[in-house]
Design a protein around this ligand. Structure first.
Ligand code: ZN
Length: 189
């Protein structure tokens, strides 16, 4: 178990990999048997540390919290249930719920444009996980014109990541959690 982290991102990654509420997952999640996380947090101390980090996360606004979960939580969880139909993993319900929260926030900004959930999810996930994907590749993947992709990227990234003039929502969330985790003694230089 780590006493302190050098950054909020590392602390969140560990805490969000750690199953704090083992039985609280969705009904889908409970069908599968979760593999112990590969985080630096192990055992009871790890559970306590993860809970400490999550408590700070819960102090933020629901949007800030959702942005940080999409950025730092695992998108899928590994499964050891051994069922023949199991692909060895299943979507992380916490990540899916956070993605839904971010979608609900950005949808009004795109109201006059054709709704394309798949495209919006891809843009949000790429932006928050700093994944580089070309406009052409995104357009092919989501079945839309590259022009449409470019417009939607501009709007969504402007809101979440910001522009040269203004900080985005994700920057605000990252600064807030950094301050809270430092105050709590979880993050230290
Ligand atoms: Zn399974």
């Amino acid at each position: 178990m780590r006493e302190t982290y050098s950054s909020a991102a590392l602390a969140l990654r560990d805490a969000l990999r750690h199953a704090v509420e083992r039985s609280a997952a969705s009904s889908f999640g409970t069908l599968h048997r979760r593999v112990p996380p590969e985080s630096a947090l192990t055992g009871l101390d790890g559970t306590a540390q993860a809970a400490r980090i999550r408590r700070q996360l819960e102090r933020l606004t629901p949007l800030s919290c959702a942005l940080l979960v999409v950025a730092h939580a695992p998108r899928t969880l590994k499964c050891s249930c051994g069922a023949r139909c199991c692909s060895g993993g299943y979507p992380n319900p916490e990540w899916e719920q956070a993605m839904h929260g971010v979608l609900v926030h950005v949808t009004p900004l795109l109201a006059r444009r054709a709704a394309n959930r798949k495209l919006h999810r891809a843009i949000i996930a790429n932006a928050l996980t700093r994944t580089k994907e070309t406009t052409v590749s995104l357009a092919q993947r989501c079945g839309v014109h590259p022009h449409t992709v470019a417009t939607h990227i501009h709007i969504i990234e402007g809101e979440l990541i910001g522009t040269r003039q203004t900080a985005g929502r994700f920057d605000h969330a990252s600064e807030s959690i950094d301050a809270l985790l430092r105050e709590a003694g979880v993050v230290a230089d």
